[in-house]
Write a protein that binds this ligand. Sequence first.
Ligand SMILES: [Fe+2]
Length: 211
Amino acid sequence: MVKLEKSGIEAWYMKDEVEDQRAENRCDPNEPVGVEELSALGVDSWKLSGTEDDKELEQIRKDQDYNYNDVITCSPEKLPNYEAKLKTFFEEHIHADPEVRYVLEGSGYFDVRDKQDRWIRIDCKEGHLITLPAGIFHRFTLDSSNYIKAMRLFQGEPVWTPINRGEGAEEHDARKLYEKAYQPSKKAKIDAGGDDKPVANGHAPEVAAEA
Ligand SMILES: [Fe+2]
């Protein structure tokens, strides 16, 4: 499959107290996180052209069976209830499926938890394609530019439902499978007979429920 070794994506550990979710929220001094460290969490990234007809994008879609895609724009003008939506995006959650985004214009931050439960902030800019594995705790926010246009990619029928931490996420099969794959020391037990349907948590699975 097409995989560029250096996505050029920048990531860093976040400081503990977040007053403004749209700010960089770096530690002082800065604690950078490399793409290899992200890969160890199951997070991969590519640097493409930022256009919708990118050849490498086409290859990735074939390799990964991303047969669904749509384009969403998040900005105060395009997204009704922008500030409220921003807070929803920023709630810590998982999904039963991978989250895949390709930034066409603008920028935003994906925050993911590392193995010690620390937040890593990933600076997604035009041309970045990022994949978060099913079951990883994460959140999203616009940055201070308040603008991102991104393609959402999915295998099969899209399910955007977030499962919030503290509301069933820890017990979800996707979380247990994630821990087994990326945090084997936790000795997660997989409930072989479990229901693998995502647990609804009150978020309507509407288009804008997930940026
Ligand atoms: Fe998400």
